[in-house]
Design a protein around this ligand. Structure first.
Ligand SMILES: *[C@@H]1O[C@H](CO)[C@@H](O)[C@H](O)[C@H]1NC(C)=O
Length: 441
């Protein structure tokens, strides 16, 4: 008994020190990178000022954050013990409470869903099974934009809507370009806070009706992570991204009793035509998913609460694109298991817009200097004053040179070295909105 106690207490203290060091690392990486070093003091130690209230807030909340982190840490341990096909690990949200997860990272709201008469197209016909490849990955085919980050807003529905539109637009003749979630947030639910959730096909319906078949690019109508007033035109920058004439939205049929052992063939067949937005239910182990085949079977106890996009499939798997940045999953992606029918609901509300014309928008943009520029991830291109050259910047935040639209409230990272040099006295930008450019403006 005594021996058992010793073994237990050794484990307990080891486990505890594990979580403590994991917290120290997480905290350092997430919260302390925006300390401003002003010089070296008499004692030889760097003198650091923390002048923004974000950090004060974080320090005040630190106890609570650590409690959340400990919960996540045990969830990760438990998941890794119980699951052999997929792995769990710490990501940028490891110190979120369950409520924060819902408010900041979900955003599917079924009660808002507008179902219009005649909105849905009849089932797609004419694609014979020989034309459908066994395996398909639209990411590898270069028809999917970089992983985005929805930040602090229940806007998954808008990200699913733009992602699908961007890809279909690129597959059916247009250029691949980032499109504006913010305009959808501002314009789709006029009298509501669109950060309290929505439905992806409502986004396409609004583009088709109120927005005259046009959606601006990300760079011309930037993501703010909160709802503001709907702007139809944005002066010089109102570049039209979509300009799509799509008569209908396709709702992929769902058949409960397709033949096993591989399910959801209708969904795979739809993905053969382009990425598809789907509703899913996020349960705890999905929050800490880091990679592998997500084999969870018990994720249909409750309504879907999140929207993601299916961007590919193999005979055994679906490839899912999320809008939680790249610290989550396999650089932002996940693999679902086709041996589980309608896993986490993904086959039940699968939808995509059927485009008929993607040509005109690119013509309109021919004088845009941003056209030939690629900004990584959520990097946004803006024309310089001369209007013939352009630069990339990060609208909400940044991570290295690779913008991820991190929310100012959550993560304010160091400016990339090349930028911080130009910032003379204030080497690190600490105010919202953070833009690499504003370091030296
Ligand atoms: C969903 O939408 C309804 C209707 O607009 C709203 O009352 C509700 O608060 C929303 N749900 C969430 C979780 O925000």
């Amino acid at each position: 008994m005594l021996r058992l106690f010793c073994v237990l207490s050794v484990c307990l203290s080891v486990c505890l020190s594990d979580v403590n060091s994991a917290w120290a690392k997480f905290r350092r990486e997430k919260y302390t990178s925006f300390v401003i070093t002003e010089g070296v003091g008499d004692d030889g130690e760097p003198v650091e000022t923390i002048e923004d209230n974000i950090n004060t807030l974080k320090r005040r909340q630190e106890k609570e954050r650590f409690q959340n982190f400990k919960k996540t840490y045990s969830l990760i341990e438990e998941t890794n013990q119980n699951q052999k096909d997929f792995q769990a690990d710490i990501n940028d949200f490891a110190d979120y409470s369950d409520t924060e997860w819902e408010v900041k990272l979900f955003g599917l709201n079924m009660t808002r869903r507008v179902v219009e008469e005649g909105m849905f197209a009849p089932v797609e016909a004419g694609v014979s099974s020989e034309e459908i490849p066994d395996t398909l990955d639209w990411v590898e085919k270069g028809k999917v934009t970089g992983i985005k980050f929805q930040g602090v807003c229940g806007s998954c529905w808008a990200f699913a809507a733009t992602s699908v539109l961007e890809s279909h637009y690129a597959i059916y003749g247009g250029n691949l370009k980032f499109m504006s979630e913010q305009q959808l947030l501002d314009c789709v639910y006029p009298n509501e806070d669109a950060c309290e959730g929505g439905w992806y096909s409502d986004g396409w319906v609004a583009i088709r009706s109120r927005l005259s078949n046009e959606l601006p690019t990300e760079k011309s109508y930037q993501y703010l992570g909160s709802t503001t007033s709907c702007i139809r035109e944005r002066g010089d920058n109102a570049l039209v991204a979509a300009n799509v004439d799509y008569p209908q939205i396709v709702s992929v049929p769902y058949r409960e009793h397709q033949r096993g052992p591989i399910y959801d063939e209708d969904l795979a067949n739809a993905v053969a035509l382009g990425p598809v937005a789907v509703a899913m239910r996020v349960i705890n182990n999905f929050k800490v998913y880091k990679g592998g085949l997500y084999t969870e079977q018990n994720c249909r106890n409750g309504n879907p609460n999140h929207a993601v996009v299916v961007v590919g499939y193999t005979p055994e798997r679906f490839k899912i694109r999320n809008s939680w940045g790249t610290s989550w999953g396999e650089k932002g992606y996940a693999w679902f298991d086709r041996r589980i029918q309608n896993q986490c609901w993904i086959a039940k509300w699968a939808e995509y817009p059927k485009l008929t014309n993607t040509g005109r928008a690119d013509e309109k943009e021919s004088t845009d200097p941003c056209k030939s520029m690629t900004c990584l991830n959520m990097g946004v291109c803006a024309p310089n004053k001369d209007k013939t050259s352009a630069r990339c910047f990060c609208p909400v935040g940044f991570e290295g040179d690779n913008c991820e639209a991190k929310s100012c409230v959550d993560v304010v990272k160091r400016c990339p070295k090349s930028t911080s040099k130009k910032c003379k006295n204030r080497r690190y930008q600490t105010k919202c909105p953070v833009t690499c450019g504003s370091c030296y403006n």
